[in-house]
Design a protein around this ligand. Sequence first.
Ligand SMILES: [Zn+2]
Length: 90
Amino acid sequence: MVEKKLKKIPQRKCISCGLKKDKNNLLRIVRNDCGISLDLSGKMNGRGAYICKDSKCINDAIKKNKLSNILKTDIPNSLLEEIKLYVLDG
Ligand SMILES: [Zn+2]
């Protein structure tokens, strides 16, 4: 018998809806020495927050300031726009 091993995708929790999802299905926003950025590679150093690639989750998180609460800093409007655009496109 050959045992098929599926590659395990790490699970992360969305800061907005609280559901655990595959890392692939979440956006990562990172705070580090350079500031706050959208981490599309998933490999940036720093404190990260994950959020569903879902306009509802993202709008909710923005409305309730969840990103700034979790990352303990203000989120620049430019980054919020970037996040929104990413969701609209994707
Ligand atoms: Zn979510």
